[in-house]
Design a protein around this ligand. Structure first.
Ligand code: PEP
Ligand code: MG
Length: 316
C-alpha cells in the first residue's frame, strides 16, 4: 500500500492531470464550444439557452404566436448541434430556458412581458415553462430532432425547480412529443432553490439521471440576497455554512442513490469549495472555460489527498 501511495503521488505530479471526478465546461454561446472542447473538458455540464434566444432577438413566445414554431425548433436545434458536435460523444446537458422577465422584455415581441418587482423571485425557469408549455415543447422537439440525427449525447436539465411535481410534468411533456426521458435522453435537474435541496429524495423517487447544483441561485435564495442587487452584494457568500450544508446534503443523498451529481454555479471554480465537493463525492464539476485547467488541478489534488489519507489510515 505504501508503494502504491507513493506511486500515485509521483504520477499525479509528473503526468498530465487526470481525474476520476469529471471536469466539464459551462457553455453559453455555440461559438464558444470549440474552445471549451479544446481544454479536454469531459462534457458540457451547463449549456445555457438564454443567450441563444437573446441573440436571436425575437421573443420565443412571438415565434409561437406567429405560427413559426418550426423556425424556433430549428434555431434551437442548429445552435445546440454545434455544441453537441464539438463534444460528441461526451455528454452535453441542455438547460431549458431560464431567462428572467427583465431580460425577455428587451426582445422583439417582448412588450407583453410582465414588469415584476423582483424578477429573480419571479416568473422564470421551469415554473414559467410549465405555464407556457409550447416553448418547452419546442425545446424538447429540437432535442428530439438532434437525437434522430444521432446526437445521443444530449441530456435535458430542468432549471429552478421547487417541487418534484414540476419534474413529473416536464417529463410527461417530453414523452408527449415522442422523446422518452431516461430511455432516449438523460433527464436531470438543477438544484437552485433550497426547497429542492431539502427534498432531493422526493425528486430521486420521481426519477432523475443527474443533478447539478446551481449555486449562483442556491446562494441568493438561501441567503435572501438578490444576486443583481449591489446594495446587498457583500452578503453574498457561497461558503456560508447554510449554503455548504445544502450542497453537502444534496451530494450525499445523490451518492447514496447512485444519481450523478454535478455543480455548474461559480462555486465550482473556488478551490476551497471544490476540495469539499470532491470530499462529499461529487461526480463532476462544470466551470467556465477559462477556469477548467485550474479546476482540474484542484480536483486532482483533492482526489490525491483522499487516496493518500486512505492509504495512511490502512498503514496505521
Ligand atoms: C446557477 O444558478 O448557479 C446557474 C448556473 O444558473 P444561472 O447562473 O444561469 O442562473
Ligand atoms: Mg441559475
Amino acid at each position: 500500500i505504501k508503494e502504491e501511495a507513493v506511486q500515485v503521488k509521483v504520477s499525479a505530479e509528473a503526468a498530465p492531470v487526470i481525474t476520476v471526478t469529471e471536469v466539464k465546461a459551462n457553455v453559453s454561446m455555440p461559438e464558444a464550444a470549440a474552445k471549451a472542447a479544446a481544454t479536454g473538458a469531459d462534457g458540457v455540464g451547463l449549456l445555457r439557452t438564454e443567450h441563444l434566444m437573446l441573440t436571436a432577438g425575437i421573443h420565443p413566445g412571438k415565434f409561437i404566436a406567429d405560427g413559426r414554431e418550426d423556425e424556433l425548433i430549428d434555431t434551437i436545434a442548429e445552435n445546440v448541434m454545434i455544441v453537441a458536435d464539438e463534444f460528441y460523444p461526451k455528454p452535453v446537458w441542455y438547460r431549458t430556458l431560464d431567462a428572467p422577465t427583465d431580460e425577455f422584455i428587451t426582445l422583439e415581441g417582448g412588450e407583453n412581458e410582465p414588469e415584476e418587482h423582483n424578477p429573480m423571485l419571479g416568473w422564470r425557469g421551469i415554473r414559467r415553462e410549465l405555464d407556457q408549455p409550447e416553448i418547452l415543447k419546442c425545446e424538447f422537439k429540437a432535442i428530439k430532432k438532434l437525437h434522430e440525427k444521432g446526437y445521443t449525447n444530449i441530456g435535458i436539465m430542468i432549471p429552478l425547480s421547487q417541487s418534484p411535481e414540476e419534474l413529473k410534468q416536464a417529463k410527461s411533456l417530453c414523452s408527449e412529443i415522442g422523446l422518452e426521458p431516461h430511455k432516449d435522453v438523460d433527464f436531470g435537474m438543477m438544484v437552485e432553490i433550497p426547497a429542492a435541496a431539502l427534498t432531493i429524495e422526493d425528486y430521486i423517487d420521481v426519477g432523475i439521471d443527474f443533478v447539478s447544483l446551481g449555486t449562483n441561485d442556491l446562494t441568493q435564495y438561501t441567503l435572501a440576497v438578490d444576486r443583481n442587487n449591489e446594495y446587498v452584494a457583500k452578503h453574498y457568500s457561497e461558503e456560508h455554512p447554510a449554503v455548504m450544508k445544502l450542497i453537502e446534503m444534496t451530494i450525499k443523498k445523490c451518492v447514496e442513490a447512485g444519481v450523478k451529481c454535478s455543480i455548474c454555479g461559480q462555486a465550482g471554480s473556488v478551490p476551497r469549495i471544490v476540495e469539499k465537493l470532491v470530499e462529499f463525492g461529487i461526480t463532476s464539476v462544470s466551470s467556465n472555460t477559462d477556469a477548467i485547467a485550474e479546476v482540474r488541478k484542484t480536483v486532482a489534488r483533492a482526489e490525491q489527498k483522499i487516496i493518500l489519507d486512505a492509504a495512511r489510515k490502512r498503514l496505521e
